[in-house]
Design a protein around this ligand. Structure first.
Ligand code: ADP
Length: 480
């Protein structure tokens, strides 16, 4: 099949979260299954310099929005069997960040990503054969599904697939964005783009797609309920047989403890000596005492209430007051400034046991997975989650709230530790999180059982092979 894959971020060029990992890996897995895949993404100002440089192909596309024309230059980068296209429009994309700065979204995000969506469809048409499938991801490319659904012209219209990586981000804009884009005002109704007085780009993707997916079967069920539906549970229920959950894979060459370039030592399930060396090196890197036998808990991710950093802080000030006397804790992330400040303040109080790094640091993320004994993901909701999959592979037992993809991928340890791949808890409360951490501390005191749990986790296979076959099935079901 000829597949056009649209994403506002793509690893290794740009990344704020799991979407980039998926956009970097799934297209390659599809190409390996024999499909022709073109990925289109914006050319941002701060692309990762270690990634292959996108070079202009000497062509551009023009998109009219309202009464103004905008032009994107088409660039291409070479990597593997996928065609990677980048659209350059510096006024929109040559900025310091992808979506906003200082905790605030850029005010023209509606124009930026509607432009990107429209220009991506034009660029694909300009450079190659017309796609059989347009696969858009999250609100940023929702407009592409709407635009492709009403495209006229010769030939069959492509199958339209929309994947929701996180329903909490909906791309909401004031109603006058429709006039700015030159889209019909009549779209502003509950059955199409309106969401409580705003225009929703996520609805533009969800309403007009032939098939939809989200990133785990459990999250696909959860978002049909008010608790997780973010106001769209009714729409999600109405999608019926068109919405499925496909669990994310991981890029198993990038995340491989046997040869990861970011690690000071390597290891595998049969020989974990290298993991012990990673732990001591990590403690030194973070300025923590290099105590090989002290349990080390790590955490990586966007710092937001979603990810439960506040729950962890409440544990440290409440039921788990003793945690930092019994264990070390290392946290990497950035995001919510109030939570960042609270975590940094706590680290200043207990520098011998708590290290907090507020930054985006790919290398350190790998070393925290490799050096950690336990990996914390107390998320309030988690569409799929990638970090728990990395930690399974790196022998860091995940401690997760049993929600979304975390519930699908981590098996709670049995009370006698005879089975399981991590520790799960249910209510999003400090008490429940502390109870799971206490079980982990108890397991740490039983080295043979702990090793068996680590090995069970390391034996899990979350590569893209199986998941890309499920995407392929979904593509086939779009042909009406
Ligand atoms: P989400 O997409 O909700 O942010 P995921 O767990 O699905 O969460 O994916 C997050 C990805 O981003 C992982 O690959 C994780 O390692 C990475 N990541 C998040 N924050 C950071 C950070 N501060 N430094 C390095 N990598 C990070």
């Amino acid at each position: 099949m000829e597949i056009l894959f649209l994403s506002s971020e793509v690893q290794p060029w740009s990344k704020t979260g799991g979407l980039a990992d998926v956009a970097g890996a799934l297209p390659q897995a599809l190409a390996q299954r024999g499909h022709r895949v073109t990925v289109v993404s914006p050319l941002y100002g701060g692309l990762d310099r270690s990634a292959p440089t996108p070079v202009s192909i000497g062509r551009s596309v023009e998109v009219r929005m309202g009464d103004r024309p905008y032009v994107a230059e088409i660039c291409e980068a070479k990597l593997g069997q996928v065609r990677w296209l980048f659209l350059r429009e510096d006024g929109f994309f040559a900025r310091r960040a992808l979506y906003g700065e200082g905790g605030r979204d850029y005010p023209d995000n509606g124009l930026r990503f509607a432009f990107f969506s429209a220009a991506a469809l034009e660029a694909a048409a300009a450079v190659g054969s017309p796609p059989e499938i347009v696969h858009a991801n999250d609100w940023q490319t929702g407009p592409a599904i709407y635009l492709a659904s009403r495209a006229r012209g010769g030939g069959a219209r492509p199958g339209l697939v929309f994947t929701i990586h996180n329903l909490a981000y909906q791309g909401l804009f004031p109603p006058n964005v429709l006039a700015e884009l030159g889209w019909p005002e009549r779209l502003f109704n509950l059955h199409e783009l309106e969401f409580h007085g705003s225009v929703s780009f996520l609805k533009a993707g969800a309403v007009y797609a032939d098939q939809l997916s989200t990133v785990s079967p459990n999250y696909a069920r959860e978002i049909r309920q008010p608790e997780f539906g973010c106001g769209l549970d009714g729409l999600m229920r109405s999608l019926d047989g068109r919405l499925r959950g496909i669990v994310n894979g991981i890029d198993s060459s990038e995340w491989d403890p046997r040869r990861d370039r970011q690690l000071p030592a390597h290891f595998h399930a049969a020989d974990l000596a290298g993991k012990a060396r990673c732990k001591v090196a990590l403690q030194k890197e973070l300025g923590l005492p290099a105590l090989a036998d002290r349990p080390l808990f790590t955490m990586v991710g966007r710092i937001t209430p979603q990810k439960g950093h506040d729950l962890l802080l409440a544990v440290l000030d409440g039921p788990g007051r003793e945690l930092l006397s019994r264990a070390q804790l290392a946290i990497l992330g950035s995001g919510d400034q109030g939570l960042e400040r609270a975590l940094l303040a706590k680290a200043r109080e207990r520098p011998e046991a708590l290290a907090v790094r507020v930054s985006f640091d790919e290398g350190l993320a790998h070393r925290l997975e490799a050096g950690g004994d336990f990996f914390l993901m107390p998320s309030r909701f988690e569409p799929c989650g990638l970090n728990q999959l990395y930690s399974l592979r790196y022998g860091a037992l995940p401690i997760v709230r049993s929600t979304g993809g975390l519930a699908d991928t981590v098996q709670d340890a049995a009370p006698d530790l005879s089975r399981g791949t991590g520790f799960a808890f249910r209510p999003p409360t400090p008490e429940a999180l502390w109870e799971a951490i206490e079980r982990a501390l108890a397991a740490y005191a039983r080295p043979a059982a702990l090793l068996a749990l680590r090995r069970a986790g390391m034996a899990q296979d979350y590569s893209w092979e199986a998941s890309s076959a499920r995407y392929e099935e979904m593509y086939r079901e779009t042909s009406r």
